[in-house]
Each structure stands twice: as structure tokens, then as C-alpha cells.
Design a protein around this ligand. Structure first.
Ligand code: PCD
Ligand SMILES: [Cu+]
Length: 827
């Protein structure tokens, strides 16, 4: 560990800490503490929204449109109301009375809670049936008769922008076509000039297909209005409870202090649980109106078909370079499908998210990007699926283009990266599109990955197979990505106007243990462990003596929630700063107890104790100090021992990594198998290496799903043809290879404990490595790109195009050998 920790000096009393804290054994920074929360999860004692039971609780089922585009002519509730046990049927007309027929999206568009007039995507929410149990609610939902005037749908962004496309948003005044927004970044003229003067230019079009984040737990809510206290409690699957409370207050007119949002255990979020969905509003509104708790929980296909999708960026990338591989400029143009409403989930001043980080890990002088977004008759979305607001799309673009350029120049993709990397001494580095990278050592991570992957050996093996015309081809793909995570600062990043800071509150109790409350919300990341580790490190406490709470707006300090890998960069910083505030006060109490001056008290990180300078034997632990704070507090201080910090980050953090993937491509079937999968990540100082390892494994699995299997598809009638797990293919353990992980440590210079986020890195970084590998297997025959998901038929078509496919006739005759023409075995 020493070489890592030598990279930075430990600032006096609390600067960035070495990666592994020499094992003082209290479960602080760098220790592989087992996850505290797993005790309840693995013994079946988790408490998810659907586990919540309330006396007199009603159940809600949503009636959804079978059509993608249709005007509602009539809704007949009567047969549903006749069903025994059905209590109410709600439509937009009922919600309008309470001003709840529509709700704002995160980008300030207006979305129907229940369809007001016109259905705009298949599975849109039309009516809600409330009944005494879920089965009765479902029976009732089937008896709601809706008359639709079916309209022509358009589910393709390019077609939706054609002149004769049907108008989707006739509810927006003055809207005459399906154009949603335009955006641009960088210097168009300078970029055009660089392209004109370059030795070489390359261009490639690539679709980052529509994906579904697919958490194990679907979305759900229990609305619970208490007329006695005039208070509305909503238990819901939320990645951002506080901002959801603020939005609920703004939409409903109920004062914010009369609303409590509780996010209990959440079974995966992945960005899917950032937006507000109509179901939440309906459950809350129904409980308010009926004065009884109302539960709504989605089914799987409802979740896939109607909640926030991700990506759907059709991108054109271009690079301009010198003959010897120096990249001079990047240009990109994007056609984005935003679905029926502009409901992308990102800071409000960033209509294309953080896509303009598309210069990646490279020191490129000139860049220009433009984007057009369109409305289509598909569910709204553009959520940051394991992605810091479109950084995934940006990383895919640049890492694919670097491979395209390397092939064009006949250069090794390693060499071209080395030639263009931003160098360690260039940090802080300002990119041509205005990003301020905090720190990085890209070559260090790549070198480590190359060594782990046995790169040279696989290059030789690749050539051998080409020379010998072998049945399988080998491909080696690299991705050296940079992420940008930890939104704020508040002055540039906000959600619905609220600045993106985060918070932590620490209360040390009289007997020496502590409760920590944070404004972020875990969905499986292990915050109950890692936040306790930060406080244990900073206060010299044992990790077992610290309980972390989150997800209750009545008790936790206000925060913006967990997504965009922001918990560690922002709330993690708040936890460290709050701890240091407690430590300051602890010094005053220590001085009182030890009968010394406060200025003479120092804190020793190793022992976790406070002592009088120059007299290490006169020391006192945080437990004794806690007692002193309540039982013998100095007159200079208030009693008690607690602190709160609201942290507005000065900058985001820039984790990075290098992934190397080796694949074998079967020339006969187009099947791709993973030979080797190496992932080297750098997230600065590491809190819990075991949790990080888990984060990387999970995220790589999702990267493989993206590259190989997943796609939400539609037919021309607007039917979702990829809307259930029979058709939307998630990877299982069968498809996942053995991962070899490694790390380097480049601390964030501005973060109180030198940490950067890591949760998204593997999903952001791996798809281009995988695609680069498959392309690499065929690039000697002129193939420059393969679209995701790279199913066997997609790959086989490319093999065929390149003249590399084994004759399909051989394949067919082999298959039917020994069989008679009617398909029965002839023995
Ligand atoms: N340096 C460092 C960093 C980090 N860490 C750790 O790791 C984790 C993570 O972190 P981060 O990066 O900060 O992040 P967060 O914020 O916490 O989280 C978030 C992420 O996370 C991930 N992961 C996960 N896991 C799980 N289990 N589940 C889930 O759901 C999930 N999701 C996903 C996503 S998608 Mo978005 O929302 O789309 O935007 S974003 C995201 C945590 O526990 C922490 O503490 C450590 O240790 N160290
Ligand atoms: Cu994205």
C-alpha cells in the first residue's frame, strides 16, 4: 500500500487518508468490513414497500392503454364499481378536482397522471381502481371500459421528425411538430477548421439503444393520509426522498411539513427510481381522498413498459487526427428519443446531461457537439441508468471512435491512447467543453490492465488464428474511460431548482455510540456500512458502534438523493466534515476532562484517542468524551455531542479506469464468448474494497447485458415488443465470465477523504470495451462497427459482410446429418 499512500501527504488533522488505514481494526477507511445491512437481508428481514401492511389498507391497480396513440372518447366505470370490493375508480376528471390530473416532470414538462385527453404511449396510465385487495382491484381494472379513437403512432425518432408525422404533443401551445429540443456545445467553427486541415478523419454512426434499468424490485408506494394529524405519509421506492417531498408539496399544495416520504429498503434503483411516476401520485391522492392507506405496486411488465428508460441516443462520431495518431478534434451529432414527454432525469441546466464530456480521457483541443431531441409515442425517460447523466453515452462515443481511428491508421489501440491521454501533471485539467477534471493517471491504470490481461500474448494468438484460418477469431477490446460523478456544486447543478448539495448529521450518545443520518438513500450499495466506516475513521470509534439511517424525510437532514454515484463524493464528504466538527468539540471536552487547554489537545488517528500534546499517556477515548459531553460538560460549550454538515462540493470527482476484454467469435454461429475480462478502476481513496469489488462485478454484468442482450423494441403499431423478461434479455450468471479486477489510487484533491464515486464506472466503462473487442476480431477484414446488442445474428451478419463467416450451407448440412427430410431421426 505504501506506494499509493506516498502519493499524497496526509494533511494535518484530517486531509486525504491513505487508501488502507494500516488496520487500526475499528472498521475505518480501507477495511473490508462485512456489510451491516446484509444481516437483515440474508435472513429475510428486509422491509420493502410491498412488505408494508397497514390496517384498512386498500390496493390500487392501474388501467393502462393498449394503444400507443389514441384519443379517449369515454371511460365507463360502472361495471368496475359493481365488482364486490371495489371502492373507487379514479380518472383524470376525479384528479382534476384536486389539481392532480397532471404533474411536472424533472425537466418541467407536464405529464398526465391519468390520461386527460390523449394517450401518448402504450401502457400509459388511464384509470386507477381502488379495492380491498389486489386481486379484486385487478378484476375491477379489467371491467373499466375505455373507448379509444386510435391514432397513427410514431415510435422512431427519425420518422417522428418527418413533415407528415402525426403530432404527438397537441397539448403544448404552439407546438407544430415532434421536435423537443436542440442543444450544442463547444466551438463549431474551430472544429470544422481542424477537420479541414487534418491528415486523417474518421466517422461512424452508432446507436446507444433504449435500455431498461431493471431493478429487482419494481416501483411502488403506500399512500397513508392521517386525517387526525392532517399528515400525508408516502412510503415509496425513491432514490431521492427529500426532493420527492418538495415536488409532492409543490404539486399537491399540501404544506411540506405535512408530508413525510419514507423510502424503506429499496431493491435496486439504477436510476429507475429517480423520477416521480403517476402511480405514486395516485396512491397518495387516493389515500388522501379515501382517508385510508392505499398501496400500489407495479408488475414487471408495467415497470419495463412505462417507467424511465435509458439511453436511446443515435450518435454520429467524428475524429480528426494527424498521420501519427494525435487527435486534433472531435465532432458529434446526436438524435435523442425522449419519448412522449421531456422527462429526462438530470440537473435542469443540462438538457443533454453531462454528454459534453465526450472528449473523455484525451487531451483534445477542439470539440463540437450538437443534439436534437424528438418526442415519440413511447414511454418517457432518459434516466441516468448507472450513469452520471449521459456520461455513459459520451464514453461509448469516444472509446468507440478511438478504436475506429486506430484501425484507420493501422495503430495499436494501446499506442493511440498513450499518445493522447491527459497527463498526470495536467490536472486540474479543463476540457474544451468546459469540464474541470480533478485528478487522474490514465496511463497508470492502462499499464496495470495490460499487465493483468497478458496483452501481448493475446495479440500473438489473434494473429495466429488469422494466419491459420481458424474457426474462431480473437478480439481484444480496450476502454480507458473517465467518469464525472458527484453532482453539484449547487451553483451549476440543481433538481427542480433545489441545489445539489448533500448532508450528514451525527449524534454521539452519552454511552459512546452514535447515530448518523444522511440525505442520500441506499438501494443496495451498502451505505449503512460505508458511511459508518467514514465516521469510525474520523472519530476513532468502532464501526459496530455506529448506526446509519436514511430515507425518512421526517428525521434525516435534507439531501438530493443517491444517483450519479454522488453519495460518496457529496454525502460522504458531509459525513467526514460533520465528524471533524464533532472532533473539534470533543477536543474542548477532552481538555476539560484532562485539565488541559483545548489548544494542547491533539487527536491520534491510529489509536483514535485524544491526548495532551507531549504527554501521550494523558489520553481519553471518544466514549469517555461522550460521557463528559452529557455528564460533565465544560462551561465554554453547550452540552451534547453532535454536528450536522450540508456539503456543497466545489467540483465533481472524476473516477476512471481501463478495461480490457478478450473475446472469441465463432465464425459459424456469430456467438461471442469472453476469454478474459480485466477491469482496473481508480476511485481515489477507497472506503471498503469489498463493497467496491461487489459494485464492479454488478456493474460489469449490466455492461455485458447492454453490449450483448438488452434492447427495448417497438413494432410499427407502437407495441412494446421488448416489454417483458421473455423479450428483454437480462444477463444471468450463465452469461457472466470471471472478472479480474484491479485498482490504482489517485485521490481526489478536493474531497475531504480523497474519495471519488465508483458505483457507475463498470457500466459506463465496459460496453465500449466489449464492442471494441468484437470489432477487433473482424477489423482485419474491414469491419469498423457492430451495433449493440451484439446478438449472434448481428455478429454473424458482420462476419458475412467481411467474408469471414463459415459457409452457412456447411452449417445446415451438418445440422441435419443423420435426419430424414421430415425431421425425424432415421436410425
Ligand atoms: N471510493 C469509494 C467510493 C465508493 N465506495 C462505496 O461504494 C458504494 C457506491 O458508492 P458511490 O460510487 O458513491 O455511488 P452511490 O451514490 O452510493 O450509489 C449510486 C450508484 O450505485 C450503483 N450501485 C448499485 N448497487 C446496488 N446494489 N443497487 C443499486 O441500485 C445500485 N445502483 C447503481 C447506480 S445506478 Mo444511478 O441511480 O442510475 O444514476 S448511480 C448508482 C458505496 O457503498 C460507497 O461507499 C467506497 O467504498 N469507496
Ligand atoms: Cu446515460
Amino acid at each position: 500500500m505504501s506506494s499509493d499512500s506516498e502519493r499524497f501527504a496526509e494533511a494535518e488533522d484530517g486531509g486525504p487518508q491513505p487508501e488502507k488505514h494500516c488496520g487500526h481494526g475499528r472498521g475505518g477507511m480501507g477495511e473490508e468490513v462485512k456489510r451491516k445491512e446484509d444481516q437483515r437481508f440474508i435472513t429475510g428481514r428486509g422491509n420493502y414497500v410491498d412488505d408494508i401492511k397497514k390496517p384498512d389498507m386498500l390496493h390500487c391497480e392501474i388501467v393502462r392503454s393498449p394503444h400507443a396513440h389514441a384519443r379517449i372518447e369515454n371511460i365507463d366505470k360502472s361495471r368496475a364499481l359493481d365488482v364486490d370490493g371495489v371502492v373507487a375508480v379514479l380518472t383524470a376528471d376525479d384528479l382534476r378536482e384536486y389539481d392532480l390530473a397532471t404533474m411536472p416532470t424533472l425537466m418541467a414538462d407536464t405529464q398526465d397522471v391519468l390520461v386527460n385527453d390523449k394517450v401518448k404511449f402504450q401502457s400509459q396510465e388511464v384509470a386507477a381502481v381502488i379495492a380491498t385487495d389486489r386481486y379484486t382491484a385487478k378484476d375491477g381494472a379489467q371491467k373499466v371500459v375505455v373507448d379509444y379513437d386510435v391514432l397513427e403512432p410514431v415510435v422512431d425518432a427519425e420518422k417522428s421528425l418527418e413533415d407528415d408525422a402525426p403530432l404527438i404533443r397537441d397539448d403544448i401551445e404552439g407546438q407544430e411538430d415532434n421536435h423537443c429540443l436542440d442543444w450544442e456545445t463547444g466551438d463549431e467553427e474551430a472544429t470544422a477548421e481542424a477537420f479541414e486541415n487534418a491528415d486523417v478523419t474518421v466517422k461512424e454512426q452508432m446507436l446507444y439503444q433504449r435500455l431498461h434499468p431493471a431493478p429487482i424490485e419494481t416501483c411502488g408506494a403506500v399512500g397513508d393520509y392521517d386525517p387526525g394529524k392532517d399528515k400525508l405519509t408516502v412510503h415509496m421506492t425513491s432514490q431521492a426522498p427529500h426532493i420527492h417531498r418538495t415536488l409532492f408539496a409543490q404539486v399537491s399544495g399540501i404544506p411540506e411539513h405535512k408530508i413525510r416520504i419514507v423510502s424503506p429498503d429499496v431493491g435496486g434503483g439504477f436510476g429507475n427510481k429517480v423520477p416521480i411516476y403517476p402511480g405514486y401520485v395516485v396512491a397518495a391522492a387516493a389515500s388522501y381522498v379515501l382517508e385510508q392507506p392505499v398501496k400500489w405496486v407495479e408488475e414487471r411488465s408495467e415497470n419495463i413498459q412505462s417507467t424511465g428508460f435509458a439511453r436511446d441516443y443515435d450518435m454520429t462520431g467524428e475524429l480528426a487526427a494527424t498521420d501519427d495518431g494525435e487527435i486534433l478534434a472531435v465532432r458529434t451529432d446526436v438524435l435523442a428519443d425522449h419519448g412522449a414527454y421531456n422527462a429526462v432525469a438530470q440537473p435542469s441546466k443540462f438538457p443533454a446531461g453531462f454528454f459534453n464530456i465526450f472528449t473523455g480521457s484525451y487531451d483534445i483541443d477542439t470539440a463540437y457537439g450538437s443534439l436534437t431531441a424528438a418526442y415519440t409515442n413511447t414511454a418517457p425517460g432518459g434516466v441516468a441508468y448507472r450513469c452520471s447523466f449521459r456520461v455513459t453515452e459520451a464514453v461509448y462515443l469516444i472509446e468507440r471512435m478511438v478504436k475506429v481511428l486506430a484501425d484507420e491508421l493501422g495503430m495499436d489501440p494501446v499506442e493511440i491512447r498513450r499518445k493522447n491521454f491527459i497527463q498526470p501533471e495536467q490536472f486540474p485539467y479543463e476540457s474544451p467543453t468546459g469540464w474541470n477534471y480533478d485528478s487522474g493517471d490514465y496511463e497508470g491504470a492502462l499499464d496495470k490492465a495490460l499487465e493483468m490481461a497478458d496483452y501481448d500474448h493475446y495479440r500473438e494468438e489473434q494473429q495466429r488464428r488469422i494466419d491459420e484460418d481458424a474457426d474462431t477469431l480473437l478480439g481484444i477490446g480496450i476502454s480507458s474511460f473517465t467518469e464525472v460523478v458527484g453532482a453539484g456544486p449547487g451553483k451549476t447543478c440543481d433538481i427542480a431548482g433545489v441545489e445539489m448539495f448533500d448532508s450528514a448529521e451525527i449524534r454521539v450518545h452519552p454511552t459512546g455510540n452514535a447515530t448518523v443520518r444522511v440525505g442520500v438513500q441506499t438501494q443496495g450499495q451498502g451505505h449503512e456500512t460505508t458511511f459508518a466506516q467514514i465516521v469510525a475513521e474520523e472519530l476513532g470509534m468502532d464501526v459496530e458502534d455506529i448506526t446509519v439511517e436514511h430515507g425518512d424525510t421526517d428525521t434525516d437532514p435534507y439531501g438530493l438523493g443517491t444517483y450519479g454515484s454522488r453519495s460518496t463524493p457529496v454525502a460522504g464528504a458531509a459525513a467526514a466534515v460533520a465528524s471533524r466538527k464533532v472532533r473539534e468539540k470533543a477536543k474542548a471536552i477532552a481538555a476539560n476532562e484532562l485539565e488541559a487547554a483545548k489548544e494542547d489537545i491533539t487527536w491520534d488517528r491510529e489509536s483514535g484517542e485524544f491526548h495532551v500534546a507531549g504527554a501521550p499517556d494523558r489520553s481519553i477515548s471518544i466514549t469517555e468524551i461522550a460521557a463528559g459531553a452529557y455528564m460533565n460538560h465544560p462551561s465554554s460549550e453547550e452540552p451534547g455531542l453532535e454536528a450536522v454538515n450540508y456539503y456543497d462540493p466545489p467540483e465533481m470527482t472524476y473516477p476512471f479506469g481501463s478495461y480490457i476484454v478478450v473475446v472469441e467469435v465463432d465464425r459459424e454461429t456469430g456467438e461471442v464468448e469472453f476469454e478474459k475480462f480485466v477491469a482496473v478502476d481508480d476511485c481515489g481513496n477507497r472506503i471498503n474494497p469489498m463493497i467496491i469489488e461487489g459494485q464492479i462485478h454488478g456493474g460489469l454484468a449490466q455492461g455485458i447485458g447492454t453490449a450483448m442482450l438488452e434492447h427495448v423494441t417497438f413494432d410499427d403499431n407502437g407495441n412494446v415488443t421488448g416489454g417483458d423478461f421473455m423479450n428483454y434479455l437480462l444477463p444471468t450468471s450463465m452469461e457472466i465470465p470471471n472478472f479480474e479486477t484491479g485498482h490504482t489510487v489517485t485521490p481526489s484533491p478536493h474531497h475531504p477523504i480523497g474519495a471519488k464515486g465508483v458505483g457507475e464506472s463498470p457500466t459506463v466503462g465496459s460496453p465500449p470495451a466489449i464492442v471494441n473487442a468484437v470489432v477487433d476480431a473482424m477489423s482485419h477484414a474491414g469491419i469498423t462497427h457492430v451495433e449493440m446488442p451484439m446478438t449472434p445474428d448481428t455478429v454473424w451478419e458482420k462476419l458475412d459482410e467481411a467474408g469471414l463467416a463459415t459457409d452457412p450451407a456447411d452449417y445446415v448440412s451438418l445440422e441435419f446429418e443423420g435426419q430424414s427430410s421430415d425431421g425425424t431421426a432415421d436410425d
